[in-house]
Design a protein around this ligand. Structure first.
Ligand code: EPU
Length: 776
C-alpha cells in the first residue's frame, strides 16, 4: 500500500510544526525506530537512549548491536507490527524501509510525525557545534579518528559513526559536556542536505550510489548544498579533483593533501605493512611528524584532514600526533582476523572499485607472497553501474573468488550477479577469477587454494566477513594439526574428496591430512580425541560414496611413508594400509607365492579391503589374513591374530572405531605359470564383466537369493539414470559416473533400485558401498 500524496503532505506538515531539535535534545519522549538494526539506526538509538528518551525499535533481524542496545534500554521487536508505533510520539525510519512498512503506515495514519534518520541526526547536531565528515570513501574511519583525536584533546565530543569502533567503545555517544558533535554524513540517499554544520570535512567525491543518483552532477549538487549550509570552515582533500573543484573557490575553505598547494600538507610518507609515517606542514611551516597505525596511503589522507580540523579547533600538533599514534581501526576496515608466520587473514568493508583498489594495494604492501580475495558485490544497482570499473579493480589480487550480490534492500536486476563481475575481470585479463554462487562455500574455495605466505582478504559491505571468520577458525585448527603431524605430513583445508574417490563424487574434507608415520597418525588420533574432532580414515576411495557436503572434521589419508611399505617374509606378506590390494597379489607373484591372485580384482587399498572384508572371485580378504596391526581410538598400537578377530561378510567391526596400520597375509608357494594363469583369469573376469568407467565397485551386497548385479539386470534397470549417475550396462551392480555426477544423484538412483527390488521381488538390497558425509 502506498501513501497518497495528500497523506505525505500531512505527515510533512506535522514534522514542520515540530521543533525537532528541542523535541530530541531538550525534552524526553517515547520514540520508535523502524529498521533499528541497521548500522546507522543503531547509533541513533544509542544517542536517543543517552538523551533520556524511551526508545523502541523494530527490525526483521537481530544483531549484536540490537542485543547491546536492549541492555541499555531499547525495547526491541523482531518484526514490524502496526501497534508498535502506538505509544510513540515520533517515528524515525531508515532509508532502507519501504513506504508500506506497517509501523510506518500506522504511525502516519494515527497522525504521528515521521522523520528520516538523517533528519533526526541533523536536529540533534544543531544542539551542538556540528562537524560533518563526508565523502564516498573513508568517512567511517575519518569520523572515528576525529572523535578520538577530539576526545584525547579534551573536547569531550559527542559523536555518531556508522560502524562499531573498538577504540571509541561505541558507535555513538552523547556527552552533555561537549560543545562539538562529530557525525559521519551519509551521501547515499541524499540526506546529506539535512545537515547545517559549523564545519565539514570532505574526503572525496565520485560516482557511487547510482541507484539513487542519476550521475556525478547529481551527487555534486548534494555536496554543494552541504557546503552552502556549512557556517564555518570547510576542510577538503585537494588531491581529489572533484572535491577540489567544488570547494577550492569557497571562502573559509582549508585544503589538505600531498599537493604543493595544500594548506595542510603531507610529505615524506613511508608506508609500513600496517601503518605509515609522514611529515606534516602547514603551508611553509613544518608542524612535525606523525605515525599512523592503520595501513595504506588513503588513511594518511584521512589523517591529514583530521589534523587540519583538530588544529583549527585549537588542539596542539603534539597532542594530535600522540592521539593518531594510538588510533585503531573501525571494525571491518583492514581488520586482521588471523595472523601467523604462514598466513594473514584480513577483512575489509571495501565495496566500491576505488576502495577495493586501495585495500588491495595495502594488502600487497604487506609483502606477503600472494593476495587471495573473496568478494561479495554489494547491491545490484552498484554491480550494474560500475561493472566495468570492478573489472580492473582487482589487478593486485592473485586470485579472486566472487560470490553473489548482497542485495541490501534491493530487488534483483535480471542478468546481474557475481558472474557479472567475474566476466568483467576475465575480459580485463585477470589471471584467476572464479564465481562461487553459494556464499557458504566461498571460504572453502579460497581455503583449498591456500599456500604458505598467503594473505586472504574478504571484501564487501554485506556478510562476506563471516566467510573469512569461518576460514580463520579452521585455520587455527589446521595449524595445530600441522604441529601435531610434523613437517613431512601434508595438512590441507577443504580438499575436494571427488579427487580421491574412484567414483569421482564427494564434497570437501574440512581437514585433509596425509601422515607419513604411524607415530604421526597416533598423535593425530590423540589430538582429535582431545579436541572432540571427528576422524575418518580414507584410503584409495574405492567403495566409498561421499555426500556432496563433504566430511566434517579430519579425514586422514594414510598413504605414502610407513603406509606404503610392503615386505615378503617367507610365506607371509606384510603390507601397509595404503598399499594397493592389487600390489599384494603381484608381490606374492614376485616371491613365487600363490593364493592371492583374486586380490588383483580389488581396486582399493589394504586398509579399505580390511575394513569391509572385500572380496572377489569367491574369496574374501580375511581368508588370507594372518594378523593385523591397528591403532585404537586413543592412538595405542595393537597387533591381533586372525583367530582373535570377528569378521563377517563385507564387514569387519573392529575397524569401525579403530585404524588399520598394516596387515600380514599368508600365501603358499606355487609355480609361476599357475600364478600367472590365475592372475590372467581374474583380469579377464574384471575386463569382461565390469565397467571401466568411474565407479565405486559393487554398490550392493549380494543377497542370499541372487547376486545383486543379476537382480538389477533382471529388473531391467541397466542404463537407468538420475542425472549423470547411471547403472552400468556392463554389470548391474555398478553405478557409473558419466561425468560431474553428484552424490544426490547417486543416492537417488540407489533408492530407485532398492524400491524396485522391494516392490517387484520382495528383496531388501543393502548397500555395500560405504556412504559418508554431510548433505550439501
Ligand atoms: N550377473 C548378471 N548381470 C549383471 C551382472 C552379473 O546376470 O549385470 C550375473 C553374473 O553373470 C554372475 C552373477 O550375476 O552369474 C554374479 O556376478 P559376478 O560374477 O560379476 O560377481 P558379483 O557377485 O556381482 C563379486 C564381487 C565383486 C568382484 C566380483 C568378481 C560382491 C558384491 N561383488 O561380484 O567385487 O569384483 O565378484 O569376483 O561380492 C566389489 O566388491 O566392489 C566388487 C566389485
Amino acid at each position: 500500500m502506498k501513501l497518497a500524496s495528500k497523506e505525505r503532505g500531512a505527515a510533512a506538515d506535522r514534522v514542520e510544526s515540530l521543533d525537532l531539535q528541542r523535541f530530541l535534545t531538550q525534552e524526553r519522549h517515547p520514540i520508535h525506530l523502524v529498521g533499528v538494526a541497521g548500522s546507522g539506526m543503531s547509533g541513533l538509538a544509542a544517542l536517543l537512549i543517552e538523551l533520556g528518551h524511551t526508545v523502541s525499535g523494530s527490525d526483521k533481524v537481530t544483531t549484536m548491536e540490537t542485543d547491546r542496545l536492549q541492555r541499555l534500554g531499547l525495547r526491541f521487536h523482531e518484526q514490524h507490527r502496526p501497534e508498535q508505533a502506538d505509544a510513540a510520539e515520533l517515528v524515525v525510519c531508515s532509508s532502507a524501509i519501504k513506504n508500506d512498512n506497517p509501523v510506518l503506515v500506522s504511525g502516519r495514519d494515527s497522525g504521528k510525525p515521521v522523520v528520516r534518520r538523517a533528519e533526526a541526526l541533523a536536529a540533534i547536531m544543531r544542539a551542538k557545534r556540528g562537524i560533518v565528515i563526508a565523502g564516498m570513501h573513508g568517512k567511517t574511519t575519518t569520523s572515528a579518528m576525529t572523535a578520538h583525536v577530539l576526545r584525547e584533546g579534551g573536547l569531550h565530543p559527542s559523536y555518531y559513526v556508522g560502524a562499531e569502533i573498538p577504540i571509541l567503545g561505541t558507535n555513538a555517544h552523547w556527552d552533555p559536556r561537549s560543545k562539538y558533535f562529530v557525525a559521519e554524513g551519509d551521501e547515499s540517499d541524499g540526506t546529506l542536505r539535512c545537515f547545517h554544520p559549523e564545519y565539514c570535512l570532505i574526503l572525496n567525491i565520485e560516482e557511487e550510489h547510482l541507484d539513487f543518483y542519476s550521475d556525478l552532477a547529481a551527487i555534486e549538487k548534494v555536496f554543494a548544498q552541504l557546503i552552502e549550509q556549512t557556517s564555518g570552515k570547510i576542510f577538503y582533500n585537494i588531491d581529489d579533483p572533484n572535491t577540489a573543484r567544488l570547494c577550492a573557490s569557497r571562502k573559509d575553505a582549508i585544503s589538505f593533501g600531498f599537493s604543493d598547494k595544500a594548506d595542510y600538507r603531507g610529505a615524506d610518507m613511508k608506508l609500513r605493512a600496517f601503518g605509515s609515517d609522514f611529515c606534516v606542514y602547514f603551508r611553509e611551516q613544518k608542524l612535525g611528524e606523525a605515525v599512523l597505525n592503520v595501513p595504506g596511503p588513503h588513511n594518511v589522507h584521512n589523517a591529514l584532514g583530521v589534523i587540519a580540523l583538530a588544529i583549527e579547533l585549537g588542539i596542539s600538533f603534539e597532542k594530535i600526533a600522540a592521539s593518531l599514534r594510538k588510533f585503531e581501526h573501525a571494525r571491518r576496515r583492514f581488520e586482521i582476523k588471523y595472523e601467523s608466520e604462514r598466513f594473514l587473514l584480513v577483512d575489509d568493508y571495501a565495496h566500491h572499485p576505488t576502495e577495493i583498489r586501495a585495500t588491495l594495494k595495502t594488502a600487497r604492501a604487506t609483502g606477503r607472497k600472494r593476495v587471495l580475495a573473496m568478494f561479495q558485490p554489494h547491491r545490484y544497482s552498484r554491480t550494474k553501474a560500475l561493472r566495468g570499473e570492478f573489472g580492473s579493480a582487482f589487478d593486485d589480487a592473485d586470485r579472486v573468488v566472487v560470490t553473489d550480490v548482497y542485495p541490501a534492500s534491493e530487488a534483483p536486476i535480471p542478468g546481474i550477479s557475481g558472474q557479472t563481475i567475474v566476466d568483467e575481470l576475465l575480459k580485463h585479463g585477470h589471471r584467476s577469477a572464479s564465481y562461487q554462487a553459494r556464499l557458504e562455500h566461498v571460504h572453502r574455495h579460497i581455503g583449498n587454494a591456500l599456500d604458505i605466505g598467503d594473505l586472504v582478504l574478504s571484501l564487501g559491505a554485506g556478510n562476506i566477513h563471516e566467510q573469512l571468520s569461518a576460514l580463520a577458525a579452521d585455520l587455527v585448527i589446521a595449524e595445530k594439526l600441522k604441529a601435531v603431524v610434523g613437517e613431512e605430513a601434508d595438512v590441507c583445508l577443504y580438499e575436494p574428496l571427488s579427487k580421491h574417490t574412484t567414483l569421482r563424487v564427494g564434497g570437501p574434507a574440512q581437514f585433509w591430512i596425509e601422515p607419513q608415520t604411524e607415530k604421526a597418525f597416533a598423535e593425530l588420533i590423540r589430538f582429535c580425541r582431545a579436541e572432540n574432532l571427528p576422524l575418518f580414515a580414507m584410503g584409495r576411495g574405492s567403495n566409498l560414496l561421499v555426500r556432496d557436503g563433504g566430511i566434517r572434521g579430519v579425514v586422514v589419508h594414510p598413504l605414502g611413508g610407513d603406509f606404503d611399505k610392503i615386505e615378503v617374509n617367507g610365506c607371509e606378506i606384510t603390507a601397509g594400509a595404503g598399499v594397493k590390494v592389487r600390489e599384494v597379489a603381484y608381490a606374492a607373484r614376485g616371491a613365487n607365492l600363490g593364493g592371492l591372485e583374486w586380490m588383483e580384482g580389488i581396486p582399493g587399498a589394504v586398509g579399505g579391503a580390511l575394513r569391509m572384508n572385500a572380496g572377489a572371485m569367491g574369496s574374501q580378504t580375511f581368508e588370507n589374513v594372518v594378523r593385523i596391526r591397528y591403532l585404537d581410538s586413543e592412538g595405542n598400537a595393537h597387533v591381533k591374530d586372525r583367530n582373535e578377530l570377528e569378521v563377517f561378510y563385507r564387514r569387519f567391526p573392529l575397524l569401525e572405531n579403530n585404524f588399520a596400520i598394516s596387515a600380514t597375509f599368508h600365501a603358499d608357494p606355487a609355480e609361476r605359470a599357475k600364478i600367472d594363469s590365475r592372475l590372467r583369469e581374474s583380469q579377464e573376469k574384471r575386463r569382461t564383466t565390469q565397467p571401466i568407467a568411474k565407479s565405486a565397485g559393487c554398490i550392493f551386497k549380494n543377497p542370499d537369493s541372487i547376486p545383486a548385479g543379476k537382480l538389477v539386470d533382471e529388473l531391467g534397470l541397466k542404463n537407468s539414470r538420475v542425472g549423470n549417475a547411471r547403472v552400468s550396462e556392463v554389470h548391474g551392480n555398478f553405478i557409473v559416473n558419466d561425468g560431474g555426477a553428484t552424490a544426490v544423484e547417486m543416492l537417488e538412483l540407489i533408492d530407485k533400485i532398492k524400491a524396485t527390488a522391494r516392490s517387484k521381488r520382495g528383496i531388501e538390497l543393502e548397500t555395500e558401498v560405504e556412504i559418508v558425509g554431510e548433505p550439501a
